[in-house]
Design a protein around this ligand. Sequence first.
Ligand SMILES: Cc1cc2nc3c(=O)[nH]c(=O)nc-3n(C[C@H](O)[C@H](O)[C@H](O)COP(=O)(O)OP(=O)(O)OC[C@H]3O[C@@H](n4cnc5c(N)ncnc54)[C@H](O)[C@@H]3O)c2cc1C
Length: 462
Amino acid sequence: MPYNPVTDEILEALRGIVGEEHLVLRADLAEEYSHDEMAPVRGWPEVAVFPRSTEEIARIVTLAHENRIPVTTRGAGTGLMGGATAVEGGILLVTARMDRVLEVDEANMVARIEPGVVLLTFQEEMEKRGFFYAPDPGEKSATIGGNVMTNAGGMRAVKHGVTRDHVRGLKVVTADGSVIDLGGKVAKNASGYNLMHLMIGSEGTLGIVTEITVRLLPLPAELTSLLVPFQSLEDAVGVVPTLGKEGIIPQALEFFRRDVLEASTDYLGRAFPHGGAPVYLLLRMEASSPAEMERLIDRTGRLCLEAGAEDVLIADTAERQRALWDARGAFLEALGWSEQDECDIVVPRDRIAEIVLYSDRIAEDIGLRLSSFGHAGDGNIHINILRENLERGEWESRRDRVMELIYQKCAELGGKVSGEHGIGHSKRAFLAQYSHPVELEMMRRIKAAFDPGGILNPGKIL
Ligand SMILES: Cc1cc2nc3c(=O)[nH]c(=O)nc-3n(C[C@H](O)[C@H](O)[C@H](O)COP(=O)(O)OP(=O)(O)OC[C@H]3O[C@@H](n4cnc5c(N)ncnc54)[C@H](O)[C@@H]3O)c2cc1C
């Protein structure tokens, strides 16, 4: 059934909810609101609204529900799969004004925040209070609402898990405008089906999150980073299962190769503490005392050298650590946004080299350049397919062929279509192809149970 347009009456009603100054018509909307950070997916809403409260969102969704108008929620728009793009028009609901930390409950070690709180701001604010918010996806300007709805991963997932592992409660506006609380401040919960966990990672298709209760941890006492150059990818990622078997769980464990490192240092205009190795592991270790850190570094360094590492460089000052992680953090930007597409696959940790070397081979056969790097500690690899000088049509057809083969190989290795960036609009076909038909049908029924009219972020995931 087609959607209805946003009429003058609806616009008037929306102005009555958010106020004239917090509503922008399509003609006046900045171009950035028609897409997210990478996906070659474009879509213009008929109107964008910038609400300030749960109550305003509930009224907007009730209006959309009664008039069958699509509602796409947008945090900071840093997603990479077209999730926050209004591909069916309608209303774009931007959470930027809902950026308050509502409560820090020190006794229960939780914070209650609005969805538009920016990740970096929140991390810094909690650090000042002596707390650690562990999820650490690469893009710090993302909102925590967007992180929750994509179940964002990031660097510290090896030790601390993904965003899901740090959410205790959600306030949600459902597709008919009702407001429900899922979870809460409680540390465990076995009370029936866990709708909160279904909501997390649902990319705005099941409900709109208007408040989040997150878990806080004590700040780690000691942090040290290790840069470990290797001659071969197999040796480098081969250390990962060995560290796990030895009970060494770094806070972060990344791998990258020379090409992307050079792109990043050129982009930043900064030197890197080591040059020339074909492959690197970058680790951040967390310990509760200097003595424990020393033991950890000794054991990790020894295992890396036994696995063929050329050297183990220790960065123990904040400045040195920043130099390493800034270079890592700039990889995606350095590769050029508009001229790439990516596979965000995840494979069992012992299959990383196999999928990366396979994708290198097929890219060479098909005549495309790609650049792979990722979270070695959890098998999540970002394979970025670069357009370079190819004519657009030719690039798209080669990219599609490469992607098909990569996802096929990923499935053969027991991997999944997305490790952390989600499905959004651009990877729906691959989710459909590599999910069991019964699993897909269950997902469709879940969507229909939460959103029978299909107004919440249509054209995403399924
Ligand atoms: C340089 C760079 C590095 C990145 N590194 C990582 C990384 O390490 N790990 C990682 O996981 N991701 C990473 N990302 C991807 C991106 O930052 C994450 O997906 C992030 O969680 C998106 O947050 P956002 O606020 O920008 O959300 P948006 O892009 O605005 O939205 C993302 C999805 O969430 C939905 N949504 C947002 N807010 C709400 C809400 N309140 N209620 C319901 N639905 C909502 C949207 O509809 C959309 O489907 C990176 C991106 C960039 C550009």
